[in-house]
Design a protein around this ligand. Structure first.
Ligand code: PLP
Length: 396
């Protein structure tokens, strides 16, 4: 392998590229986490992060990866043996279920085919059967990072209400937060799980629980053991601008800058940008004659696109070719999709030219790796993006 030239193209669906402004914001001496400068920073980011979840309620920030926030959501609000209804959207839903099992919960999957988001009607039907309200929580992954399918969370909320069921609603937004429209309060979500390393444009290392009043009330009686993850002490100490343990100070400086950047662009524009890049990518994929994994247009993801390899061609070999030839990382297929799909991340700090570079690497990689395809995918994406720019210019 020759020494890679130029900047690495990190086009996996997270961790994503960190903007220079965020890197600069973190590039400073670590401060006393019990001093006034930290307090001002903490109060600012604890308020600011709520706007990203679209909530007026508290958001807990952990110095942990997303898995920690998954665990925190469950141990704070549930008791051993509680039934939890989960939807099998893909690899990450399966990991969350396995975690729930290890904690002594009784998770139950509504089976999915890893090519669609969650089905609210199936959730409603299952909840209607549960007349004794044994199910204590419904858990859904908003954007399933292994498949590129988005679940309709507003409709899941309506399904729970239509069934007249009191279960808590917990949603994983690790690869949708700050990329795909999400409304913690409006959709009546009780715990939203988030992570720093995707739409928030930060390095890995922070994760979040946005918590409703109902979730906080449930935590008062929930029996699962917890200490580090406990919301109670965290919320009490956060209210004063501090943490019960050493916070990830420099990541919080980065978060402060990232929140500013998202608001300068405007959240709705951030979502439109991601949707546009998703559409451009799918046009490229179809022009190559390849298949998008997600089968339901209403569930297409603005964060990533998973692409099925033609039969007889290994996705990991293809990704290896792209890495060697073009210094670009694409996402791999996870668990049962291993070798069968590659994933193009188009989220976070990303623009039209980042996408064209990415798709250029894919198209050339298909050629170099001898994967059967038609030329013209990059052109199809360029045509779409140029047309979008034209209509935007015309409307101003
Ligand atoms: N949930 C989703 C949807 C994810 O994409 C990921 C990671 O990619 C996780 C959970 C797990 O998060 P982490 O790897 O940060 O622990």
């Amino acid at each position: 392998m020759t020494t890679p030239q130029g900047r690495h193209f990190l086009q996996i669906p997270g961790p994503t590229n960190v903007p220079d402004r965020v890197l600069r914001a973190m590039d400073r001496p670590t401060i006393d986490h019990r001093g006034p400068e930290f307090q001002a920073l903490a109060l600012r980011v604890l308020a600011g992060i709520r706007t990203i979840f679209k909530t007026e309620q508290p958001v807990v920030i952990y110095p942990a990866s997303g898995t920690g926030a998954w665990e925190a959501a469950l141990v704070n609000s549930l008791s051993a043996g509680d039934r939890v209804l989960m939807f099998e959207t893909g690899h990450f839903a399966s990991l969350w279920k396995a975690l729930a099992e290890r904690l002594g919960l009784q998770p139950e999957f509504i089976a999915g085919d890893w090519r669609h988001g969650a089905d609210p009607a199936a959730i409603e039907a299952r909840l209607r059967e549960d007349r004794g309200h044994a199910i204590k929580a419904v858990c859904v992954v908003h954007n399933e990072t292994s498949t590129g399918c988005v679940s309709p969370i507003g409709a899941v909320r309506k399904a729970i209400d239509a069934a007249g069921h009191p279960a808590l609603l917990m949603v994983d937004t690790i690869s949708s937060l700050a990329s795909i429209d999400y409304r913690h309060d409006e959709w009546g979500v009780d715990v939203t799980v988030g992570g720093s390393q995707k739409g928030l444009m930060l390095p890995p290392g922070l994760s979040f629980n946005a918590v409703s009043e109902k979730a906080v009330a449930a935590s008062k009686t929930a029996g699962l053991p917890r200490s580090y993850w406990d919301w109670g002490e965290m919320l009490a100490i956060n209210a004063k601008g501090f943490f019960p343990f050493t916070p990830a100070t420099n990541l919080l400086y980065g978060l402060d800058a990232a929140i500013d950047m998202l608001h300068e662009e405007g959240l709705e524009r951030v979502f439109e940008r991601h949707a546009r890049h998703g559409e451009a990518t799918r046009r490229a994929v179809r022009s190559w004659g390849l298949e998008v994994l997600c089968q339901e247009p209403a569930h297409y993801s603005g964060s990533l696109t998973a692409v099925l390899m033609p039969a007889g061609h290994d996705a990991d070999r293809f990704r290896g070719t792209v890495l060697d030839a073009f210094n670009m990382s694409l996402g791999n297929g996870l668990s049962k999709l291993a070798g069968r799909v590659f994933r193009i991340g188009h989220l976070g700090h990303f623009n039209d030219l980042t996408l064209i570079g990415t798709l250029g690497g894919v198209e050339m990689g298909l050629e170099v790796a001898g994967v059967p395809h038609k030329a013209g995918g990059v052109q199809a994406a360029m045509d779409f993006l140029a047309q979008q720019q034209e209509s935007q210019a015309a409307s101003h």
